[in-house]
Write a protein that binds this ligand. Structure first.
Ligand SMILES: NC(=O)C1=CN([C@@H]2O[C@H](COP(=O)(O)OP(=O)(O)OC[C@H]3O[C@@H](n4cnc5c(N)ncnc54)[C@H](OP(=O)(O)O)[C@@H]3O)[C@@H](O)[C@H]2O)C=CC1
Ligand SMILES: O=C(CO)COP(=O)(O)O
Length: 342
């Protein structure tokens, strides 16, 4: 399907990645990246798109979901990298299953889930890290609407890890002329940007569904960035990360496209549809619904002001109408623009 995802980096960037790959191997005994064997867990929209990208780089890809004929044991046998594109609700149980099966220490774990665990409030990478403390863990996140990637449209993403050798290796594995992969040393910030923006995409869907106009949408997205920065840095992400592809970049993509499931949740609510009906029609994951609930739990615990996300939470939990949510935001106490950023 995607014919142009071949590796056509310039010679200088090839030199860069070659030295990066050498650096990766200097730090580990992992096998060379050029023809890696990848298990991609989660055969939904995102797992399939990632599989397409990897296959066009000539990697061996085994795509798995719970309804696959192959067992998880079979899929995991002799792999170099494990990619998790599982929805949040399945991450902890799947990680526990893999722990039981066993995974050699050299296998890099790449997490592409955008969510927060409802029980523990942990991010997906924190779950993988806790279960696999000896493995390199890499977060992959960015403005990556899967339908556009399947249509061979260019996109960029971020791979982030405290183990930079692993990040460089994953960068090499996924980079192509249509998928530009940047590295970052801030996995938590990278992950939180992609996760928190889903709640904002619901808010923006409401804004568009109510036809509140461009001024309102611009104000909403801008103030939402302040809110994401406040939460994200409080939880340990680096400020600059939230201005990058996995933060602002992903928020712009998700808040401006009807391809976003989260945006469509908000849009549907503004049209008076019931949440259950919208989710039924989507037949796909909208992580912002769960994330809004977990985020409010975190904000209450840590005393972090999240006015926009709190209205989304109240709307999703049938405590308020879309119009009341708008009024509540507009009628808050007046204040300086940057008084409470950090
Ligand atoms: N779609 C996109 O554009 C992007 C999505 N993401 C993120 O990737 C994650 C997955 O999204 P997406 O692929 O769109 O979701 P989909 O709903 O399209 O697919 C989900 C996949 O996961 C499997 N699955 C569902 N529930 C569980 C579970 N409890 N345990 C294990 N596996 C499960 C499903 O198959 P089965 O039921 O057979 O197991 C299915 O293959 C989300 O966190 C999303 O935010 C990130 C970037 C882009
Ligand atoms: O995360 C995404 C794009 O980067 C996908 O967004 P949705 O889950 O809202 O479709």
């Amino acid at each position: 399907m995607v014919s142009n995802l071949s590796n056509s980096q310039s010679s200088s960037s090839q030199a860069d990645t070659t030295s990066q790959t050498n650096q990766a191997h200097a730090h580990s005994h992992r096998r060379p990246a050029p023809e890696a064997t990848l298990a991609i867990l989660g055969a939904g929209a995102w797992g399939k798109a990632l599989a397409t990208i990897a296959r066009h780089k000539n990697h061996q890809v085994r795509l798995w979901s719970r309804s696959s004929e192959e067992s998880l044991e079979e899929v995991l046998a002799d792999i170099d990298m494990l990619v998790s594109a599982i929805p949040m609700k399945g991450v902890a149980t799947t990680a526990a299953k893999i722990q039981e099966i066993g995974l050699p220490d050299y296998v890099t774990i790449i997490t592409a889930t955008k969510g927060l665990d409802p029980e523990t409030t942990r991010t997906p990478s924190q779950i993988w890290e806790a279960d696999f403390p000896n493995h390199p863990i890499v977060v992959l996140s960015g403005p990556n609407l899967s339908k556009e990637i399947e249509q061979e449209l260019p996109a960029a993403t971020v791979v982030s890890s405290t183990d930079m050798a692993a990040a460089y290796e994953v960068q090499t594995v996924f980079s192509s002329s249509l998928f530009r992969v940047y590295t970052s040393p801030d996995p938590l910030g990278t992950e939180l940007g992609g996760t928190l923006k889903n709640v904002i995409a619901i808010a923006v869907g409401v804004c568009d569904g109510l036809k509140l106009g461009t001024n309102a949408k611009s104000a909403l997205i801008t103030r939402a960035l302040t809110e994401i920065l406040r939460v994200g840095t409080h939880l340990g992400g680096q400020t600059e990360t939230f201005f990058g592809l996995s933060g602002l970049g992903d928020m712009l993509a998700t808040c401006s496209s009807v391809l976003s499931r989260n945006y469509r949740v908000g849009y549907g609510l503004a049209q008076g549809k019931k949440l259950e009906q919208i989710l039924e029609e989507l037949q796909s994951t909208a992580e912002g619904v769960n994330t809004a609930n977990v985020l409010v739990k975190i904000a209450n615990r840590e005393q972090i002001p999240i006015p926009i996300c709190r209205q989304v939470y109240r709307l999703l939990n049938h405590k308020i109408t879309p119009q009341e949510a708008v009024e509540a935001l507009m009628e808050r106490d007046l204040k300086a623009e940057f008084c409470d950023l950090f």
